[in-house]
Design a protein around this ligand. Structure first.
Ligand SMILES: Cc1cc2nc3c(=O)[nH]c(=O)nc-3n(C[C@H](O)[C@H](O)[C@H](O)COP(=O)(O)O)c2cc1C
Length: 256
């Protein structure tokens, strides 16, 4: 019981320990204050801000500077026309971020024998680009969220997106970055795993697994508070089913 109370409190009071440093540069304040936003208001984003966010993605670092990504962009109307529903959470703009090895595969035949490596690098690079765009938006005062499930927007709906967006063979839709003007201050911070569980000096620490009890309890409580009428186990089972379906589709990107 005491543990439960401690975990509920932790959910509402947690901040990154380093955020309390008094000498934090602005960039780090931005990183620590970033939160995924799930409720947007009607305001638009200027064309100039969109261009800046796209540039932040294009100028992200990548393996051998190969830039293995594509960004498919939508304003509200374009999204509605394509998907026949609004952008999730009433966002103003959406960017489907894809790991893209198509251009390089066409340019160089040498890549043919290493599909798993190609795709792994492409995913990593596209993830870096996504985070650069996310932080660029935040710096411009624009809120955002990355989605891979909600609203059929990413990896778990690869087959659906590949068909809708007419993606070529080596283009894997990873996530949709939804941008907009946030309508609320987000309460609490989704719990992070303890520092000792993930930071491992010198070698891997197998005991890190045993440190996740409180974290999982906090995740569970957080879900209950956010979705009082939903069943956690049912939600997990639904997610699991989507993962199993997507597994069959995504596997093909790694073995050609
Ligand atoms: C690749 C990716 C996919 C995500 N997909 C979803 C999603 O489908 N639905 C959702 O509500 N949140 C999604 N999120 C947001 C995470 O739930 C969120 O980042 C996490 O809970 C930590 O919260 P924070 O971003 O506010 O720090 C996704 C985040 C990432 C990076």
């Amino acid at each position: 019981m005491l543990r439960r109370i401690k975990n509920i409190l932790a959910l509402f009071t947690a901040t990154p320990p380093s955020a309390s440093r008094t000498d934090l540069p602005e960039t780090l304040k931005l990183i620590f204050n970033r939160r995924s936003c799930r409720s947007f208001v009607s305001g638009d984003i200027s064309a100039q801000d969109i261009e800046t966010i796209m540039d932040a993605g294009r100028f992200a670092p990548s393996t051998v500077n190969l830039q293995t990504w594509s960004f498919i962009t939508f304003d509200r109307t374009q999204w509605q026309l394509t998907f026949e529903r609004p952008i999730p959470f009433k966002g103003a703009y959406a960017i489907v971020i894809c790991a893209d090895h198509q251009r390089l595969s066409e340019l160089f035949s040498d890549f043919v024998e290493t599909p798993a490596i190609n795709m792994s690098f492409a995913i990593f690079n596209a993830g870096l680009a996504a985070m650069s765009m996310n932080l660029a938006a935040e710096a411009l005062g624009i809120q955002s969220i990355m989605l891979s499930e909600t609203g059929r927007t990413g990896l778990l709906d690869t087959a659906f997106l590949a068909e809708k967006l007419e993606l070529p063979e080596d283009v894997l839709p990873l996530t949709t970055l939804v941008l907009g003007r946030g309508s609320m201050k987000m309460p609490g911070i989704p719990p992070r795993q303890p520092r000792e569980a993930v930071v491992m000096p010198i070698s891997y620490k197998p005991e890190s697994r045993g440190m996740l009890k409180d974290w999982f309890d906090q995740m569970f409580i957080g879900f209950k508070i956010g979705h009082p009428l939903s069943n956690f186990e049912k939600q997990l089972a639904f997610y699991r089913k989507k993962m199993l379906e997507a597994e069959q589709v995504v596997r093909k990107y790694f073995v050609r």
